[in-house]
Design a binder for this molecule. Sequence first.
Ligand code: ADP
Ligand code: ASP
Ligand code: MG
Length: 406
Amino acid sequence: MALIVQKYGGTSVNDDERIKIVAEYIALTKSKGNDVVVVVSAMGKQTDQLIRLANDVSTVHPGREMDMLLTAGERISMSLLCMALSELNVQAASFTGSQAGIITDTVHTKASILEIKPDRILKALNDGFVPVVAGFQGMSVEKEITTLGRGGSDTTAVALATALQADVCEIYTDVSGVFTADPRIVPNARKLTALDYDEMLEIAANGGKVLALRSVEFARRHNVSIHVRSSYTWEPGTWIKKEEKDMEEALVSAVTHDISEAKITATKVPDKPGIAASLFRKLADKSINVDMIVQNTSVEGNTDISFTVPKTDLETALNVTREVLPQLGGTEVLADSDVAKVSIIGAGMKTQPGVTALTFETLAGCDINIEMISTSPIRISCLIRKEAVEQAVLALHAAFNLEATG
Ligand code: ADP
Ligand code: ASP
Ligand code: MG
């Protein structure tokens, strides 16, 4: 008998039929003698619809009210799933994030989990219930309702698995695991059997949205094994776990792409100490994650600084940059949303030269210009024009021989 945390994403609980199918699988898991804790996302694209509604009624979106609005989606799916379980004679009880004891910081719309007090979940388990927890939400230390950032139900699942010392955290989604590239762009992408935390972190941080970045960070910190798998075929998927000696260190494991960032350029700022520091401090104070950064060679003591930020933070980042620019002595602030980042990820590249060269040659072969570059020991990322992104992913996937064979 095991304690299993099962998380079901939006597509998995898209409609009444899907909710009934998921309930049957939970009942089956329970009938095998396992304890099951379920985490659900909002049905289908409901979170997007709620955001659209917010845009329709106002241009002003206070974080507190957005969180109140968006947490409603998960409330619907959790209660419907409990009803579907009752129909199968499985005792189930739904819990909001706050009832499940998920305590976060006070950063509305992208809160971090600080602590979990799972007393009510443990009691429900002891009483023989299947607790069904609303993903993506918590309660702040100031007792306000918060959300954990898009895709945050994965984080809820991993955090609960940690607090409950679950044997495994299963993430059920609409693909059968983590692939060498997004299977929606590369039809012959190969499913990976296992990945270590570092590689999965890079995949999640660079557009491979199959797992939310925070969930992987949490899993690595607490050594939780994650099994990403399909709620359509239920076949074995991809294991994310601590690196083992026998785990294959592929030269390249995956190609990812990310169209969620925009580029900002501050032109003709003085090339002297402290300029970048003041700009990036102000951005950090607004909780904006800056990703890639490039500073041009200086011409007559001036330089251009370009950097990328999430599109969702573009407006705030532009305002901050425009505010500080006169103090810095800069000229102009430019924004560009038509960019995409392609990345090559693999633990094996630490020790093998040539990956960078082949990446650049492949993009050059497609006549794709590289606007920015960033690297880590196991990743190379290039910023390119958005319209070239599919071509770039397909070409890089082929160049590194990642496709499924047979
Ligand atoms: P859920 O709603 O279940 O949380 P998501 O849409 O967040 O599902 O994540 C699953 C999607 O992630 C897939 O449908 C797929 O298009 C996308 N994806 C991107 N990169 C990858 C990858 N390397 N492997 C698998 N899926 C990927
Ligand atoms: N419903 C939320 C979202 O769409 C959280 C999640 O699905 O993980 O981002
Ligand atoms: Mg997701």
